[in-house]
Each structure stands twice: as structure tokens, then as C-alpha cells.
Write a protein that binds this ligand. Structure first.
Ligand SMILES: Nc1nc2c(ncn2[C@@H]2O[C@H](COP(=O)(O)OP(=O)(O)OP(=O)(O)O)[C@@H](O)[C@H]2O)c(=O)[nH]1
Length: 420
């Protein structure tokens, strides 16, 4: 069952994939940024004609309301010129940032001899000291092919270049010679060099700036960036999830191992006395047998004498306490490498670590005496049957032998040790 975070991530990925696909396929159909420059009643105009420099050309309004004019270019000035510029405000206080647009679209009606028309954008250039702010503004220009009659012109703004004459006239430093249209104060239309003499009739129906809200490059970089971040987050998330799972898993394993060790210990421990029970002893015997170590031990079977009478006299609960005390007494007599277990009822077993058979009797006697002289209720004694475990003998056979020794100890008066 997927987690909530995985589901959310999957939904985000599907949505992001659909948006990516739609953006890439329908980028051109996205709404465009548009600015209508003409018609606009707030616009002002500046006429430039070569009579300023002694030429013979003429600018005639055909219909100013309708934005139609006639440039009659005549021989006279060394470089005859005639053109019209649109300003967004009379005092040039208003500038327009053309750089956020990609194209300049014109609806133009032209009649005349020139094959090309020049379009220029004057960008405010405060660095130059010059009285006329339009004349000193940076001259970004491009020529477009002119047809006779009505035409729609779409000029990519990246095609604009800065005129040589402007650079030379104002001695513009190298770093300022690149086109810039961030603070456009005017847009003009005239005839490029070499000028065709004669009548040039213009009618400007519409002029607008268009562009996308964001460029294709920006879109691709954003998409790549977004997917990069998304995939990295996903990797980070799965790494963290994996880490949590591994931590939970190892925690669970530790718990299971602790529980299992606890159950194993419980299953091998005698509840009453806290020493090994028969299963615990069997485990150790099997381990020692598997490692050929049993022959390093002697087997002692210890049985409490007349324990039935003890129970009958003092009660079962008191009998229990005595069994616990006897187990503790046996433990005190043994060393760390001996094994003490309760075989069942009032019977105990000791695996005594010994190499010399003649050390068995004194060890068993020590236990017998300690019980007999112990601070129990008077008269508690034990009988002990013992035998040395041999390389050739199996444990069960040795147990039978030790049991026979115990029987002899009991039948010869109890509170005795017999080693066979
Ligand atoms: N209190 C108590 N008594 C137990 C426990 N296990 C066994 N017994 C008693 O130990 C007694 C053993 O009695 P018997 O087998 O007749 O042996 P005995 O009376 O010790 O006599 P001998 O072994 O012949 O000396 C029985 O009365 C059992 O009920 C125990 O866990 N607690």
C-alpha cells in the first residue's frame, strides 16, 4: 500500500509532466504581452526634414488625424532626409522598455520609389551633453523591405543595430555601442540611404509591441530546474524512507533477538531455584558432547533425604524454601566452570569440572557436609551418587551409573556420598 507522501509525489509528477508537455507543445499559443503604441491620443510627433541642414526635401501632412504623410525627397542636402517620429509624451518624460518585447508590428500603407523603409528606436542616452534630447538619444535602427500599398511588418527587435553616424557624431565609447531599447523615448520611420528621390506616401494604421511573458530559454531552464529539484527531492525522500525502514527493521530484529534470548533463558531456567532446569542442562551437555569436553567432568546426582517428611511436617511452601536454600548451597560449593541444575523434584545434578577421579569424593563430601551443617531446619541432609564421565561413555549411561551410586548411598543409611 503506497504511503500518502508517495501518492502526493506521484500526483505532483503526473501534473508536472502534463504541464511540461502542454508548455512545450503550446508555447507559441500562450497569451502574449502586447503594447499598442499607435493609435494613441497621448502621442506627440517630431518631423525631421533636411531643410534643417539646407536641403530641399518637404514633409507634408496628408491627414494628421489619420497619420498619413508625404515625404517629398529632393536633391539639395549632402544626405537628403525626411521622416516622422512618434513620442509617448511631449516633454519626453515617458520612456518605454522595449526589451521585454520581442517584435514591433506595423500596419503600414506605403506608396513610393524606395525598396526599403528604415525604422528606428531612440533610446534615452543621458551620458552625452547635448541640448536636443531626441537627437542625442541612441539611434537603434533596422531596414525592412517596403511593398507598395498596405502591408504588415513584423520587425524582430533583436535585428536593431546602432547607427555608425550616431557613434561617430557623439564619439560614443565602445561599451555603449551595443543596441539598447530599455528607455525608448521615440520611434521613427524614414527612408534609408541611399535615399530614392521623389514622393514617399505613408499611412501608419497601427503600431504595437508584442512579446512572450517568458522566453523559450527561460521556459526550458525552468522545466529542467523544476524536474531536477523534483527528482532530487524524490531521491532524498526515498533515501530517508529507506533509512527509517532499515532503522525500524534492525530495531525489530534487536527486540526479537532479546525476546528470543529471554524465552530461551526462561525455558532453560528452573523457576523456583533460578538455576538451570533439565532442558538447560541438556543444552549444555549437548554442547560439551559436541566439543568432546564431557570427559573433563564428573557427574553428581544429589537427592534430599526424606523430603516427603519435610513437606508433611513443615508444609509445601517451607519445602520450597529449603529447595531454594539447597540450590544456593550447592552453588556456593561449585566453581564457575561447574554446572548446577535441578533435575526435578528434590533432585539436583552437578557437572563437576575435574580431571582426577579422586577429587570427586571430597567435592561431593563438601556439598553433603555444607547441607547437613547448614542453617536449615534440623535434620536436612542429602545423599550423593557420583561418577566420572569418560571419553568412551555416553552421558545417559553415566547418569544411570551415578543414579546407582545414589541408590547405594540412600540404602546404606542416607546423608552419604558414593562414587562409582
Ligand atoms: N516443596 C516441594 N516439594 C517437592 C517439590 N518437588 C517434589 N517435592 C516433594 O519431594 C518429595 C519426594 O519424596 P520421595 O520421592 O518419596 O522421597 P523422599 O521423601 O525424599 O525420600 P528419599 O528420597 O527416599 O529419602 C515428595 O513429597 C514431593 O512432593 C517441590 O518443588 N517443592
Amino acid at each position: 500500500m503506497p504511503k500518502l507522501t508517495d501518492k502526493i509525489l506521484m500526483i505532483i509528477k503526473v501534473c508536472a509532466f502534463i504541464i511540461t508537455l502542454l508548455l512545450m507543445v503550446f508555447y507559441d499559443a500562450l497569451p502574449k504581452r502586447q503594447l499598442l503604441l499607435h493609435p494613441n491620443p497621448q502621442n506627440a510627433y517630431v518631423i525631421s526634414v533636411d531643410t534643417e541642414v539646407g536641403g530641399q526635401s518637404k514633409f507634408i501632412w496628408i491627414d494628421q488625424e489619420d497619420m498619413s504623410w508625404d515625404c517629398e525627397i529632393n536633391q539639395g542636402a549632402p544626405y537628403p532626409y525626411c521622416g516622422l517620429s512618434l513620442l509617448w509624451s511631449e516633454d519626453l518624460s515617458k520612456t518605454i522598455d522595449f526589451s521585454v518585447y520581442s517584435h514591433l508590428n506595423l500596419e503600414l500603407d506605403y506608396q513610393g520609389p524606395t525598396p526599403y523603409i528604415r525604422i528606428f528606436v531612440r533610446d534615452d542616452y543621458p551620458a552625452i551633453e547635448f541640448a536636443n534630447p531626441i537627437k542625442k538619444a541612441k539611434f537603434n535602427n533596422a531596414t525592412v523591405r517596403a511593398q507598395q500599398g498596405k502591408q504588415n511588418i513584423s520587425l524582430p527587435l533583436k535585428d536593431l543595430t546602432v547607427s555608425e553616424w550616431w557613434i561617430n557624431d557623439f564619439n560614443v565609447p565602445l561599451e555603449d555601442r551595443r543596441p539598447s531599447v530599455k528607455n525608448a523615448i521615440a520611434l521613427g520611420i524614414d527612408i534609408p540611404y541611399p535615399v530614392s528621390l521623389g514622393d514617399h506616401k505613408f499611412k501608419l494604421a497601427q503600431l504595437e509591441l508584442v512579446g512572450s511573458y517568458f522566453s523559450k530559454e527561460f521556459m526550458y531552464i525552468s522545466i529542467i530546474g523544476f524536474w531536477g529539484v523534483l527528482l532530487l527531492s524524490e531521491m532524498l525522500l526515498s533515501y530517508l524512507q529507506m533509512k527509517t525502514r532499515v532503522r525500524e527493521g534492525s530495531q525489530r530484529l534487536t527486540e526479537l533477538a532479546a525476546t528470543s534470548a529471554k524465552y530461551k533463558e526462561q525455558s532453560e531456567t528452573d523457576k523456583l531455584t533460578g538455576i538451570l532446569n533439565r532442558a538447560g542442562l541438556a543444552e549444555i551437555v549437548s554442547h560439551l558432547g559436541a566439543n568432546q569436553l564431557l570427559q573433563q567432568y564428573a557427574l553428581l546426582v544429589i537427592d534430599v533425604d526424606h523430603f516427603k517428611e519435610v513437606n508433611d511436617t513443615y508444609g509445601h511452601a517451607e519445602g520450597d524454601k529449603i529447595l531454594v536454600a539447597i540450590a544456593s548451597t550447592i552453588n556456593q560449593c561449585t566453581r564457575s566452570y561447574d554446572v548446577v541444575a535441578r533435575w526435578g523434584g528434590e533432585e539436583f545434578v552437578v557437572l563437576m569440572h575435574c580431571f582426577k577421579p579422586n577429587s570427586i569424593f571430597p567435592f561431593a563430601e563438601k556439598i553433603r557436609l555444607k547441607v547437613a551443617n547448614g542453617s536449615f531446619v534440623t535434620g536436612i541432609t542429602v545423599s550423593i551418587g557420583a561418577t566420572k564421565l569418560l571419553k568412551t561413555s555416553i552421558f545417559e549411561d553415566s547418569f544411570v551409573l551415578a543414579d546407582q551410586a545414589l541408590y547405594q548411598a540412600k540404602s546404606s543409611g542416607r546423608n552419604k556420598v558414593v562414587v562409582l
